[in-house]
Design a binder for this molecule. Sequence first.
Ligand code: NAP
Ligand code: ZN
Length: 351
Amino acid sequence: MFNAKAYAAAGSTSPLAPATIARRDPAEHDVEIEILFCGVCHSDLHTVRGEWDEFSPTVYPCVPGHEIVGKVARVGSAVKKYKRGDLVGVGCLVDSDRTCPECQDGLEQLCPNMVLTYNSPDKHAGGVTFGGYSESIVVEERFVLRVPENLSPAAAAPLLCAGITTYSPLRRRGVGKGQKVGVVGLGGLGHMGVKFARALGAHVVVFTTSPGKKEDALRLGAHETVVSRNADEMAKHAGSFDFILDTVSADHDVNAYLQLLRGDGNLTLVGAPPRPLAISAFNLLIGRHTLSGSLIGGIPETQEMLDFCGKHEIASDVEVIPIQKINEAYERLLRSDVRYRFSIDMASLRR
Ligand code: NAP
Ligand code: ZN
C-alpha cells in the first residue's frame, strides 16, 4: 500500500477537505494512474450529501470522482495494453464479476456485482472504493480506457461519465438522421447529449429552465431551444419527438415531456433525482410511449465512445478549477451555474 493525497467528505453535511488515503501497490494486472484531471459529476454531490441513501447509503469518509484522466505511472507484470506515460481514463466502474451473461456481453454496467469507482465495497483494501478526487488510483487493466491523445485531458475527463451516459442511450435507440431528439437540462450530461445527438445527425431541441443558456445550446449543436417553464413554447412541440433524453438532477414534471413524444416515442431518464417521480398512465398509454432508464455504459462501448470523440474532436466544455474550489463548485452545480462541466486540475492537490 502507499499513501495518496485526496479530498474526502467526513459526513453528509461536511465539506470536502484534504485527506490521505491508502492505495494498493499495482498487482499483476493493475495499472497505477497519476490523475491529471477529474470531472465533477452531479452524482458526486448526490453521494457526498447522502441524497441517495435510500437506494445506496454513502459510507464516510467518501472520496468521490469518476471522470478520471491521467498518465500511467506503473503497470503490473501481466499488463499488456498500457505502458508508463500512456494517456488513460477511468469511469464509473473499476470491477465486475466478469462471469455473468452481461459481463460476457461487455455490459458491465448491468452486472449485479459491479464495483463502482467510489462508495462500493473494495475487495482489495477493505472498506469502500475511493474515487478520483485524488492524486492517483490503481485499477485493473480491463477497466482502464485509452484516451485519444488529440483531446485536451481536462476536457476529455467528463467523457468518462457524462459522455458515455448520454452516448449509450442515443446509440441504443438508433438516433440518427431524420429523427427529432430532445435533451432536457443543459448541464454536464445534457451538453454532451446535445453534441452526440448532433454528431449522429438528429434534429436536436434543448429544453432548459435557464433562458441564459439558449445561445450556448445553439453553439453546442442544438437546432432549437425551448424554455421549459413557458407552456406555449412547450405546446408547439406536442407529439413530435422520436426520443427525449432527460438529464435533470432534481424534481421536475416528466409528464410534460411524455406528451411531446410521437407514437412509439421513448423518453429515457439518465438524471437521478433522489425523490420518486409521478407519472400519469395516460401519458404512456396514449401514443404507446415508453419510459426507460439508462446507466452509464459498458467498457467496450465506453472505448467506442472515446474513439468516436477522438475522430470527431468532441469533448466537454469545461471550467477548470483547483481542488480547493470544490465546495464552491458544488454550490454552483446546485444553482445550474456551470458551463458545462467543472474539471479539477489535480496539480492543485500536489501543491
Ligand atoms: P448538472 O450538470 O447539475 O445538470 C443538471 C441540469 O438539470 C441543470 O444544469 C439544469 O439544466 C437542470 N435542472 C437542475 N435542476 C432542475 C430543476 N429543479 N428543474 C428542471 N431542471 C433542472 O448535473 P449532471 O452531472 O449533468 O447530472 C444530471 C443527473 O444525472 C444527476 O442526477 C446525476 O446524478 C445523474 N447521472 C446519471 C448517470 C447515469 O448513469 N444514469 C450518470 C451520471 C449522472 P437547465 O439549467 O438547462 O435547466
Ligand atoms: Zn457521473
